[in-house]
Design a protein around this ligand. Sequence first.
Ligand code: SF4
Length: 433
Amino acid sequence: MRLEVTLNDHHNQHVIIHSKHDSISICLNHFNYSLNFDREGRLITVFQDGYTYQRSEENHFLVKWKTDKLGAPVTMRRALETQDIDEFLEKTRATVHDVFHALQQQKMRDLIAQRIPVSEAKNVQEWIQRILSSTRKIYEQRSLEFLKIYKPISILPPDQYRSLVIQGTEGCHYNRCTFCDFYKDRKFHVKTPAEFREHIRAIKEYYGQSLRLRRTLFLGDANAIVTPQETLLHFFEILNKEFEITPPGMEKEERTAWKAAHPIHFNGIVSFMDCFSSLQKSVEDFRQLASQNLKRVYIGVETGSDSLLSFLNKAGRTADIRTAIQRVKKADIAVGLIIMVGIGGLKFNAEHIEKTVQLLRALPLSERDLIYFSEFVQTPQMEYTRKALEEKVRSLTPAQTKSQLSLIRQQLKTSFPPIPAKLSVYDVRDFMY
Ligand code: SF4
């Protein structure tokens, strides 16, 4: 449903209100300023004059913009401080208030009545009213509720930022890779089925209608697939019972009708997996999970070099990665592989390129699979930093990192036969949930 109104208080600006099944957007000034909210009236993103503002469930606000550095476009990011958040929310609310005011005028009601059924126009007004009641305090309260249900969501692959995370496990059962500090704040824990059910109940209550925005079910945390098979199958049964998952094999028209009849639905279940502990699972185990709607597993492969894996203190070696991925693929589950770029610095540069290309070429990948290249973002607290200093591993310059990435991509593209998986770049600094 699309509504068009004119804001007199804003120099007769033209406003388009786009009400979709999962969200509402208000666009002003020929789309130079657009605000997006979920079905509960909570802010998701704002685009204004080349700046993108995002709000996370933990109530972090991030602004991103593009700039030019030495002739190349670079993405800049900044977390908003409390005062910036106040100003930003105030401006957002003032704009929405003006739109609401315009909608309430008799003239606008006539306009609405001509274009859309009055009942739907009322829905939009109710929705806008809800948006107006979302102050910073309400967002803060909401983030506290979120953290009662969830351990912080540390990371997701980029195509899963809009998934619904369900933490069957918390943390990483290994937690010793030198370059990873995503789960250092928590102990590994596998929920009992009763805890898992209660977690889902709380999640549904928390999200309400904004669940419509979520596309897949992401079974977290770091490597939930490590859960013993019996408990894991129990988790999958619960997920299939609690959520509507799009049945496979429907024709386009049938699928559209099914989705319309199930406004809150998901395209399947996905999860992270590691390639060392998952060796306990057989092809048959993965087939059981596939039959319960496991569609894809995301694997932090990092590199095809065994000596670099050892330097990173990552468990398992490339032979394990090959075995694990072969089993997953035999069960008809897609994979999303994450390769780190720049990791291991100059010392491992050549070997990382050569062995990673070699490993990826040897895997039974298909068009459904994804390969992500994620630039290594080093922090002083990481064990990696201490070890790199001790072993005199010099970091790559930005130009060397870029060259490493393009060499790997180039060699994969010119492989014969060519690698069918989709290749993309992944920046962990963009992650927000
Ligand atoms: S990289 Fe994966 S396996 Fe290693 S500590 Fe992090 S989450 Fe755990």
